[in-house]
Design a protein. Structure first.
Length: 181
């Protein structure tokens, strides 16, 4: 016959501790699931809405279009068509500026800082002026905030990215002519 099992006080305490651990485990799993559910609901509520910028927040940096989107053209880019770049500064952004350049990079006043805007000259792969040098020169305008030529740090980064992309896509030697107007 089987003898009855006697439990020592130590075994009873251990059994109670295991029961407590299971209860704690259930509470932790429940809290975790509740937190994940609340987080998912917050993300769904924010979907499609911009996050308001706060101090030192990455949300404060406006999203700029990728460089390659500014290079889209109706005519297509022909390799060998372009040979060099000309980077100039303009004090004011106006329709006349768009008539004189292939690309305009905003400074945050009238156009978003660092945003690259292509003009109809680029879209149709046309020269911006009738001078012989202009026939194969991509003209880029940086809108300046003052009478002195200058650019914002974001404009510099975007100019470098644009030139790098154009060098790769148009097979241009990286020679830049800078002129101040």
């Amino acid at each position: 016959m089987d003898s009855p099992v006697s439990l020592s006080p130590r075994a009873v305490i251990r059994k109670d501790a295991d029961m407590l651990d299971q209860g704690r485990l259930l509470r932790v799993v429940f809290v975790l699931m509740a937190a994940m559910t609340v987080g998912a609901m917050v993300l769904l509520a924010l979907e499609g809405k911009p996050i308001k910028p706060t101090a030192f927040s990455l949300a404060g940096e406006p999203q700029l279009n990728p460089v390659h989107t500014a290079l889209a053209t109706q005519a297509g880019i022909k390799p060998g068509r372009w040979h060099c770049f000309e980077v100039l500064y303009e004090r004011h952004d106006s329709p006349a500026v768009a008539m004189s350049y292939h690309f305009v990079i905003g400074n945050g006043e009238n156009k978003q800082d660092g945003q690259i805007y292509s003009t109809h000259h680029w879209d149709k792969q046309l020269a911006c002026s009738n001078t012989p040098d202009a026939e194969h020169t991509i003209r880029i305008c940086l809108i300046s905030k003052s009478a002195e030529p200058g650019s914002t740090p974001r404009q510099k980064r975007r100019l470098n990215a644009l030139v790098k992309y154009l060098v790769e896509q148009c097979q241009i030697e990286p020679k830049i002519n800078r002129k101040d107007q």
